[in-house]
Ligand binder design. Structure first.
Ligand code: ISE
Length: 337
C-alpha cells in the first residue's frame, strides 16, 4: 500500500483548481503530484505554489511519468470515458467528478471495464453524500426512527447559469445531484421520471425553460419532486423536506448567525455550491484518500454513476416529450452488491 497518495488532477478549471487547493492545504495523506490540462497557461497557474507538482498537457504523459498513483478527474464530462479507461488500465484509484460519463451507454462501458478488472477503482464525485445533514437524514430513513419515508421534496436553486448552460443541462448538470441524492437517501433505484414545464422566469437565457418541476418514483413507491430553478438570482439553495409516517424533516435551510442591525434582521444567503458544500467536498476527498491508501474505494461507485446517467437520459426525454419515462437499468454486476 502507498503511504501517500500522489494525485494527478486532470482538468484545472473551476472544480479542478478548487480540488488542487483543497488537497494541498486541507487533505492529509495526499499531495498534488501532477496537474493535467490542455491549456498550458492554466496548468502553470495551477501548479504555482504547489512544490513538486509537475505540469502536463495530456494524461498519458502524466501516467507514464511514474510520479502518480491516483487521479482526480475534473474535466468536462464528455472527456471522462476515455480517461477512465486509461486509469482502469493503470489500475489506480480515481475520483471522477460527476457525471461518470454523459450517457448511460458509455457509463455502462465503464461499469463493465471495472467489473472485468474485478475491483473497484472509481468513486464518483457526488459530494452531497458527504454533507452532514444528508448523512443524518439518510440515517433517519434507514433506522425508521420516524416510521417509513413517504415523500421527498427537493429545492435546487442556483443564482444564475454560466454561458452555454442548455435546457438539457438543468437535468444533466443539476438534477443529476437529486437523482443521486434520492438513491442515496432511499437505497432504492429510481423507476420513472416526469418533467413539468410551467410558468417561466424572464431571467432565463434564450433556450432555457426555467424553473422546471421533476417528478420521480422509486422501487418501493416513494414519491419525490424537485424544483430545479437555475436563474433564481437571490443566491444558492439546496434543501430537502422529507415526509415520514411519524414526522417531517427539513435539511439544507440556511443556518448561521442571525443578525439584527441598522433596522434590519436576518442572515446571509449562501452564494454558490463551493460555499454550500465546501465541508462536504473536504470530507469527500479525505475519505477517498483514506480508503485509497487502504487499497479500497468507498462512496458513490461507477454503478451509481451509470444509474444516474440512465435517470438523466430518461429526464431529458421526459423534458422533451412531457411523458412519464421509465428508467431501465442493466443488471447490477456482483462487484457493486
Ligand atoms: C453544478 O455543476 C453543480 O454541480 C452544482 O452543485 C449544482 O448546484 C449546479 O446546478 C450545477 O450546474
Amino acid at each position: 500500500m502507498p503511504e501517500i497518495l500522489r494525485v494527478a488532477v486532470v482538468g484545472a478549471g473551476r472544480m479542478g483548481a478548487d480540488h488542487i487547493q483543497r488537497i494541498h492545504h486541507r487533505i492529509s495523506g495526499a499531495e498534488v503530484a501532477a496537474v493535467v490540462d490542455i491549456d498550458l497557461d492554466r496548468v502553470n497557474a495551477a501548479i504555482d505554489g504547489i512544490p513538486g507538482a509537475k505540469g502536463y498537457t495530456d494524461l498519458d504523459a502524466a501516467l507514464a511519468g511514474g510520479d502518480v498513483n491516483a487521479v482526480l478527474l475534473a474535466t468536462p464530462g464528455f472527456l471522462h470515458h476515455d480517461a477512465l479507461l486509461k486509469v482502469l488500465e493503470a489500475d489506480i484509484p480515481v475520483l471522477c467528478e460527476k457525471p461518470l460519463t454523459p450517457d448511460a451507454a458509455s457509463s455502462w462501458e465503464i461499469v463493465e471495464a471495472e467489473a472485468k478488472l474485478g475491483r473497484k477503482r472509481i468513486q464518483v464525485g457526488f459530494m452531497r453524500r458527504f454533507d452532514a445533514e444528508y448523512q443524518q437524514l439518510r440515517q433517519l430513513i434507514g433506522n425508521q426512527g420516524l416510521g417509513e419515508l413517504l415523500v421527498l421534496h427537493h429545492q435546487h436553486r442556483n443564482p444564475s447559469t454560466p454561458e452555454g448552460f442548455t435546457n438539457e443541462m438543468l437535468i444533466n448538470d443539476s438534477v443529476v445531484h437529486e437523482f443521486d441524492a434520492i438513491r442515496f437517501f432511499t437505497g432504492e433505484e429510481i423507476t420513472s421520471v416526469q418533467v413539468r414545464l410551467g410558468k417561466a422566469t424572464r431571467n432565463a437565457p434564450n433556450g432555457q425553460h426555467d424553473p422546471q418541476h421533476v417528478l420521480l418514483e422509486t422501487t418501493s413507491g416513494v414519491l419525490a419532486d424537485v424544483e430545479i430553478y437555475v436563474n433564481a438570482k437571490f443566491g444558492y439553495e439546496v434543501a430537502t423536506q422529507a415526509s415520514f409516517e411519524d414526522g417531517i424533516v427539513s435539511i439544507g435551510n440556511d443556518a448561521g448567525p442571525y443578525v439584527r442591525t441598522a433596522g434590519q434582521w436576518g442572515g446571509k444567503v449562501t452564494p454558490g455550491f463551493e460555499e454550500r458544500f465546501g465541508a462536504a467536498y473536504d470530507t469527500e476527498i479525505q475519505s477517498w484518500v483514506d480508503a485509497a491508501l487502504q487499497g479500497e474505494i468507498g462512496g458513490p461507485s461507477a454503478w451509481d454513476g451509470y444509474a444516474t446517467a440512465a435517470c438523466c437520459e430518461a429526464g431529458v426525454e421526459a423534458q422533451r416529450t412531457g411523458a412519464k419515462v421509465d428508467v431501465v437499468l442493466n443488471s447490477k454486476p456482483d462487484l457493486y452488491n
